[in-house]
Ligand binder design. Structure first.
Ligand code: ADP
Length: 261
């Protein structure tokens, strides 16, 4: 399961990377091909320069074909955000999570009963939880305690003003806590960089948290990290809750009309 996850992370990031590069190249090629077309038109059809410009345009067209293929590849993962209950999502993968952390770690889940709904692709939720849990497990090589907790949470003005990047509002919060190694300030500051890893070659890709960051940002959320060396780490993921949900339906008792018996 570990290897599969690593591989999936790698592919995801590679796909994004390829897509990003292809997109930029495509923009540049539009310019190159546009100007070669103009040049071609202004040149005498019989001149050798016309033939040369034709070669440029031909190569440019081939390059545009290639970038189009790359773009299609990187967009292969179609997202389907839907209204969902975070707790249900966690319960759905709980068995797998226990397998992933192994028996030397005690994993406890504490899911708030009245959790609000969120709108997100269910696969993305699994990716967030899995990546955080794998990392927490890696930080507790000799075993320990891990907890996964959910709750409704508000980001208020005082929180927002002390947490750059956070936005006031109502959220659903996922917290993954471990009592493992914790992190140095240096690691903490580079955590979300793609390919940043402190793990040995072949163990870490450095893409887990970059992926989590991308997903959370894409969904209008916020990540808070609290970590102390040799004590442990808590990742808190805030995802915006759906507004105007759970509007209580008032059951108006039927009042028999006057005089109707
Ligand atoms: P990877 O797990 O492949 O190294 P990540 O992006 O998931 O990549 O994590 C980057 C780095 O952040 C890790 O190598 C590790 O140093 C640090 N890290 C992440 N989560 C934790 C944690 N729960 N405890 C300690 N360090 C962590």
């Amino acid at each position: 399961a570990f290897e599969q996850l690593r591989q999936a992370q790698k592919m995801e990031a590679l796909g994004q990377l390829a897509g990003g590069i292809a997109h930029d190249f495509n923009n540049l090629l539009t310019i190159i091909n546009g100007y070669s077309t103009l040049l071609l038109r202004s040149l005498d059809r019989e001149s050798p320069q016309h033939q040369e410009a034709e070669q440029i345009l031909k190569a440019g067209d081939r390059a545009a074909d290639l970038t189009r293929q790359l773009l299609t590849f990187s967009r292969r993962q179609i997202l389907a955000p839907r209204m969902l209950n975070l707790n249900d999502q966690i319960r759905g993968i709980e068995k797998m999570l226990h397998r992933v952390v192994g028996e030397h770690i005690y994993l406890e889940t504490s899911l708030a009963e009245d959790i609000d709904l969120i709108k997100i692709d269910p696969g993305q939720v699994e990716q967030i939880v899995m990546n955080l849990v794998v990392n927490a497990g890696d930080a507790m090589k000799d075993g320990g305690m891990m907890s996964i907790a959910t709750t409704n949470a508000e980001i208020d003005q005082s929180f927002a003003s002390t947490h750059p990047g956070s936005v006031m509002g109502g959220y659903v919060m996922l917290a993954v806590t471990d009592n493992g190694t914790g992190m140095t300030e240096e690691v903490k500051s580079r955590l979300f960089e793609p390919f940043f890893t402190t793990k040995e070659m072949g163990r870490g890709t450095g893409l887990g948290l970059a992926t989590v960051y991308g997903i959370v940002k894409q969904n209008g959320g916020y990540i808070d990290v609290a970590s102390e060396l040799e004590k442990g780490t808590t990742f808190r993921i805030y995802l915006p809750r759906l507004k105007q949900q759970n509007t209580p339906v008032k059951l108006v008792p039927e009042v028999p009309a006057e005089g109707s018996h």
